[in-house]
Design a protein around this ligand. Structure first.
Ligand code: MRU
Length: 385
């Protein structure tokens, strides 16, 4: 039996968080702040072991993000925000060097740079850094909860949902993006079923999404990545919902490699394809998908299976961590403000001119408006498709 969240030793997640508040999203919490340290579930070890890391240095946070112990765009944004807080406790780090280190870990996830920027700004202005990080975390969690409400009506009774990678609570601190509507539909008694792509090469679907669904008792089946077309073609998928790492003004977006082919297959088979994301994932500076930096990771992630070598030593390999899906394949974006068609993103974001954009030292920041607690919000949240 895989470990459950009940087995986490010590206090429940969230020393400075609303401990008494219970919600489905609280069953899995990817990270929390506790007595001067960032505690985070080590996502490399799931589902075999539920281990909680204790990170006390900015370098440890950067390593955890780089090695995918802490992963998923919104979660790494929040982790990086706390990483900035830890750097501020060590006189060897400046806001600039800490932001540069954290910003070098995963280039594709826009949320990373938003999280860094929120605390960087507080640092520059002599404000409460931990308060800024906590405010940002709260905003991300709240936005994911709102994504759940906005997307749940898409999940009809007994709907069969296909998802790729892990866009659940582990990837977003709580709730999830793609999984939030499923979670809510489940709580509302609609008994959804989830096809879980295994998600080569690091198996975030098989290891993490399946683990989250199992924790909540949501029906699911893990499938090989290359089986998705089979089930789409046989009309065994009612809708596809995925997360995103960066969404451009045109609606082209980056997500875990393999997303593009799922989108094309969904289109070919007339199955709606939704992309769920908080505001921090939208990058108003970029127009097209080709502008998104795509992270390439180590060859060994592709040529080995655990300790087992699966390709000839001499064979080169390529390992893009993400791919870019053109907006024409997206039925709608599920945002905290509701469903938004790809054609409306640009006008939605144009309404949110940067107050103080920061572009420096490889750390570019969001150019959407920040509320006083660091929440990334559009000015006119009611804009919908
Ligand atoms: O490389 P990962 O595991 O960080 O990739 C994560 C994804 O691609 C997720 O789908 C994305 O970050 C959205 S998370 C809500």
């Amino acid at each position: 039996m895989s470990p459950s969240t009940k087995e986490i030793r010590g206090p429940r997640p969230g020393a400075r968080q609303e401990m008494g508040k219970k919600s489905a999203g609280e069953r899995v919490r990817a990270l929390w702040w506790e007595r001067g340290a960032l505690r985070a579930i080590d996502q490399r070890r799931l589902p075999r072991e539920l281990k909680v890391l204790r990170l006390t240095k900015v370098g440890e946070v950067a390593d955890a993000i780089r090695t995918l112990a802490v992963r998923g765009a919104p979660t790494i944004g929040v982790a990086a925000a706390y990483g900035m807080v830890l750097a501020s406790h060590d006189p060897r780090w400046s806001a600039t060097t800490a932001a540069r280190l954290l910003g070098s870990t995963r280039p594709t996830a826009h949320d990373l740079f938003v999280g860094i920027g929120v605390v960087r700004r507080a640092w520059d202005e002599g404000e409460d850094l931990l308060g800024a990080a906590e405010g940002y975390r709260d905003a991300v969690v709240e936005e994911c909860r709102a994504i759940g409400s906005a997307g749940a009506p898409l999940v009809a009774p007994h709907a069969r949902v296909l998802t790729h990678c892990n866009a659940g609570a582990l990837a977003t601190v709580e709730w999830g993006t793609a999984l939030a509507p499923v979670r809510l539909a489940y709580r509302e008694g609609r008994d959804p079923f989830v096809w879980v792509d295994e998600t080569r090469p690091l198996l975030q679907g098989a290891r993490l999404t399946a683990w989250e669904l199992e924790q909540e008792g949501i029906r699911h089946a893990v499938i090989a990545d290359n089986a998705a077309g089979h089930f789409l073609h046989r009309r065994e998928v009612d809708l596809v919902i995925v997360g995103a790492d960066r969404i451009t003004r045109s609606g082209d977006f980056a997500n875990k490699v393999g997303t593009y082919e799922k989108a094309v297959l969904a289109h070919e088979n007339g199955v709606p394809f939704y992309v769920a994301a908080p505001w921090s994932t939208f990058d108003p500076r970029l127009e097209k998908g080709e502008d998104i930096p795509v992270e390439e990771r180590a060859r060994e992630e592709v040529t080995t299976w655990g300790q087992v070598v699966t390709a000839p030593e001499g064979s080169p390999a390529r390992n893009p961590a993400f791919d870019v899906t053109p907006s024409r394949y997206v039925t709608a974006f599920v945002t905290p403000a509701g469903l938004v068609s790809p054609g409306r993103i640009s006008s939605l974001l144009r309404a949110h001119r940067p107050e103080r954009p920061v572009h420096e030292h490889g750390t570019h920041l969001d150019s959407v408006r920040l509320d006083p607690k660091g929440a990334v919000r559009p000015r006119r949240a009611r804009l919908r498709s």
